[in-house]
Design a protein around this ligand. Sequence first.
Ligand code: SF4
Length: 366
Amino acid sequence: MILRTPDFYDEFRCIAGECKDSCCIGWELDIDDETFGLYKNAKGEFGERLRAHMQEGDESTDECNTFVLNGKRCPFLNDKNLCDIYINLGEKSLCEVCTEYPRFAVEYDNVLEKSMALSCEEVGRLLFERTTPVRIVEREIDKNPEYEDVETFYTDELRKARDRELFILSDRTKTMHERLEEYLGYADHIQNLINMEAGRPGGLKKGVDGRFSKKIIKEPSLREARDNFELRMSILSGLEVLDSEWSDTCKELNLHFSNSPTYTEDMKKFLSEPSITEELAIWWEALYNYFTFRYMIKSVYDCEFSMRAKFARLSCDTIRDMALMRWLDTGKFELADMIDVARIYSKEVEHSEDNLDYLADELLFG
Ligand code: SF4
């Protein structure tokens, strides 16, 4: 197969005990059946300890195998924030989720695309510390496709279209505003071509490299900017809350910006703050790149290309609101803040299929 990843993929190393928000805290863990069987039969005292915390799933109610958490912590996370399963049984004994996280994969045809989630602060550091645009690299790997029977559509065309979006985003000869206008315009262009394929087959193949109109984004008035903010918050209010950190963040955002007479002025000041303007532009580019690489390719399963551009925009605008709030509260916004606001958003939105499905529905039909 061909493996495609962002160029920083291989640099990732879990910082384990050094991590401020370990992935072993605050999340219920789904244990795959094979690993669950292994734990059931584990020998000795540690096997007893494993079994004391295991809870078997139930297919009829869609409940997964899991460990009963110790408060919010995985019961095998020790007081040095290291994993006792890893220590006692070795890396190969970890379940699929623990082995893979923060990596995620999308497979289509003979291609496996892998990247890593911003809910992990170390991934955030790799993404936001760099100053050069993220590149996608590929290599052959010795692996057979696992999901050959899943139906896909226009894979070559949509992969090319996604890659053109990444190219548009990385063009630093233009402002981020200009790039965004092209990014959204091109997404609509591709969606139109997909929608017309039934009546005019082959249009998408020709149109992927073709000309398109950018989407003009006018500077919003205070009222429009606040309406946009309210709309984002109203959409996000329908998410299933996974952690109180998210609900607290939403409460604070509403307190700060609902009816704020200075929202647009504050945002302008923040984005042009001399000490961070350059970094901010690079961070927004990296964020858009992240959401585009990770999600846009999924349109090969459902042909919803422009919805993923809207999702990237909703995500980046929300993270920008969170960033503005921090800057107003503390008078500064640094790399650590960028990593943190992206982590909070990612943890809430990207790790729940229900939340992702809900947002897709809102952006398509809301
Ligand atoms: S969040 Fe990332 S760095 Fe932290 S423990 Fe999990 S994988 Fe390691």
